[in-house]
Design a protein around this ligand. Sequence first.
Ligand code: ADE
Ligand code: ZN
Length: 327
Amino acid sequence: DHLPALLAAIPKAELHIHIEGSLEPEMIFALAQRNGVHLPYDSIEALRSAYAFTDLQSFLDIYYAGASVLLHEQDFYDMALAYLQRAARDNVVRAEIFFDPQTHTARGVAMETVVRGLRRACVDAHAQWGISAALILSFLRHLSEEEAFETLEQALPFLGEFIGVGLDSSELGHPPEKFARVFARCRELGLHVVAHAGEEGPPAYVWAALDVLGAERIDHGVRAVQDALLMQRLARERIPLTVCPLSNVKLRVFPDLARHSLPQLLQAGLAATINSDDPAYFGGYINDNFTQTFAALPQLDARDAWQLAHNSFAASFAPEADKRAWQ
Ligand code: ADE
Ligand code: ZN
């Protein structure tokens, strides 16, 4: 069977990766030691064995604790460079990377420290491995709209350093409407707009992400299959979904990969893509997501693989000339 080799070799874009979710336990321990941060785990193995999630919130609690070791510009640089090196190995030629500044500014780390470290890694990775990388600032939806506005204010000096904004963290109880005004301001500033919706939340959150926030892509969106009208709209308007299969199984959005909605999304003509979300926590980088998903869903074939890769470039915010060259 040639499919796994093909899936690994196809050039692709990764559009849904949280850089804090690429922090491997080994790097969490190394940074804790370097920075004198105390961790409530005795060993790398003890930390890894805490990665037994039952839903999104149970993951987020551990993910935010892991990020507490990031203090200095070099820490953000090391984290992002490690991810980009690993992604390049998976034949990712374009990565659009979420970062959660509020997780860091809440601990007294300056916006400048976060952005400078991440940007320097993007520049160096491009020089070393040819990978094109860009940043998307993601607001934490469990915090207030006022805090999102403060975060945007802190990011204004770095407007040239990120290409867009997103919305992540605890979905249920925090609908897109909560952030209508801050996203309107981001659109006025010329930023791209995406939002997590339809991961644990209902199809109504996907509608609101599109109509209230002006989202150009939907992160996850896998619950759209519960709403036939929404499926028609996503297909007609070619609105990309950044799907993360291993994440969805680990956070129990689906009981197993064989019951993932990806085949239905592709069958309905949606612009679905495959991504890793938080690879250090969910047991795989982007090629692991491709190979395990295709192994569990035998109806997916080589044409679907090429379609998914094509969708990832079409959905990316890269310059049009780059997109044409990659497709
Ligand atoms: N932050 C990191 N990963 C996330 C996910 N899968 N959903 C919501 N917020 C996140
Ligand atoms: Zn995500």
